[in-house]
Design a protein around this ligand. Structure first.
Ligand SMILES: [Zn+2]
Length: 86
């Protein structure tokens, strides 16, 4: 499982700057960004539409990986405690 991403998807409304575009007077164009926290700071990466599903899968895989790590940790804690008591 190498397709792993940590972070969360957020939608931002961005105005493209064209004076004739509908967004000049209304809401900006909806753009998807991946917000992630690394090395002490939040990073924002633009997610093109064709990459959206890839990013979503990566985020889901991260959740799955975390669940696996939590379960392994629990099992190993159990082992450690039994060893201590024995
Ligand atoms: Zn626009």
């Amino acid at each position: 499982m190498d397709q792993v991403l940590r972070g969360s998807l957020i939608t931002r409304h961005v105005k493209c700057g064209k004076p004739t575009c509908h967004c000049a007077t209304g809401v900006g164009h909806a753009s998807l960004y991946l917000s992630s926290f690394y090395h002490g700071k939040t990073q924002m990466d633009y997610v093109p539409v064709i990459w959206e599903q890839w990013v979503r899968t990566g985020l889901e895989n991260y959740e799955v990986a975390q669940d696996i790590l939590s379960e392994l940790t629990e099992l190993n804690l159990e082992l450690l405690r039994r060893r201590d008591n024995g």
